[in-house]
Ligand binder design. Structure first.
Ligand code: AKG
Ligand code: FE2
Length: 278
């Protein structure tokens, strides 16, 4: 080991931290407290709009009370309580690997190098057997009727580890239009954010809280997929939370695309549902 190299007890790298590596000697976590001006909205699934939170007195800054927020689809009670218990029990039979920001993960998907834009099957053995009926069920809604997941990533969040995921956009070179997540074991909030605000508002950051009930499924597509970043804030993890995110292929890997042969090989593996985590 090189002199001065820090031995970390967790999966964090670079600017990411969790409660285990914020030991008081690192000042990196202070970065997380520099909270610039932002405006808080709440997503209303009935009107599919973002509504300014109560008590917010922001109108004098030219901030609107609400705006349409397309690209979020919420399916409450997607899994039953019994299914939730069985799904998590099946996941816990497999190893959880340490990941960044206090998360743990299990991956079922092809071997990808996003920087070099290279993908191959590698050791991928397919999505897990327990997901077969979940995928059949999600395809019953028109939005997902042709959804073919090629990757599943399970994440485990725990308030004791300070688990979170920073605001980010998912890759769109390999992954397609719909990001589908099943939220298990506790309610949480998916925080959507737009750094520059909207043209018809002033310049502060905008945040829209999408409340995710336990056992619900959420789909991000359109603007909510490509323009708005998404995050799970540490303050919104109240108990153990496990989620399963399913991703489909982008057009480049679908019939007629430049890499359609590779795409169909990967889908053949994925949809046999015989996978074990990588
Ligand atoms: O935990 C979640 O619901 C979101 C996870 C996520 O955004 C990701 O894995 O890219
Ligand atoms: Fe994401």
């Amino acid at each position: 080991m090189a002199t001065g190299e820090i031995i970390r007890v967790c999966g964090c790298k670079g600017i990411r931290t969790c409660l285990r590596c914020e030991d008081g000697t690192s000042e990196k976590h202070l970065l997380q407290n520099n909270d610039p001006i932002h405006y808080e909205f709440v997503y209303d699934p009935v009107t599919q709009s973002a509504v300014l939170e109560e008590n917010a007195v922001l109108e004098e800054n030219g901030v609107r009370q609400s705006f349409q927020f397309p690209g979020v689809f919420l399916w409450e009670n997607f899994v039953s309580e019994d299914e939730e218990r069985d799904l998590v029990a099946a996941m816990d039979e497999n190893v959880w690997r340490q990941s960044q920001s206090g998360r743990r993960k299990q991956d079922f998907g092809p071997k990808v190098n996003f920087k070099k834009q290279k993908v191959r099957a590698g050791d991928f053995t397919g999505l897990p057997a327990v997901s077969c009926c979940l995928v059949d069920r999600m395809r019953q809604t028109p939005l997902l009727d042709s959804f073919k997941p090629v990757e599943q990533c399970n994440l485990d969040y725990d308030p004791i580890r300070g688990s979170a995921i920073d605001p980010h956009l998912d890759d769109s070179w390999l992954w397609g239009e719909h990001l589908v997540t099943i939220n298990l074991l506790s309610d949480t909030v998916l925080t959507m954010s737009l750094d520059q605000g909207r043209e018809d508002m002033d310049t502060g950051e905008l945040r829209v809280a999408v409340h995710l009930p336990r056992r619900s499924l959420v789909v991000l597509f359109g603007e909510a997929r490509h323009r708005w970043k998404h995050a799970i804030c540490r303050k919104d993890v109240h108990g153990r939370r496990v989620c399963c995110t399913f991703r489909e292929l982008s057009d480049e890997f679908l019939p007629g695309g430049e890499q359609d042969k590779l795409g169909s090989e990967l889908l053949d593996i994925a949809l046999k549902f015989k996978g074990t985590p990588l």
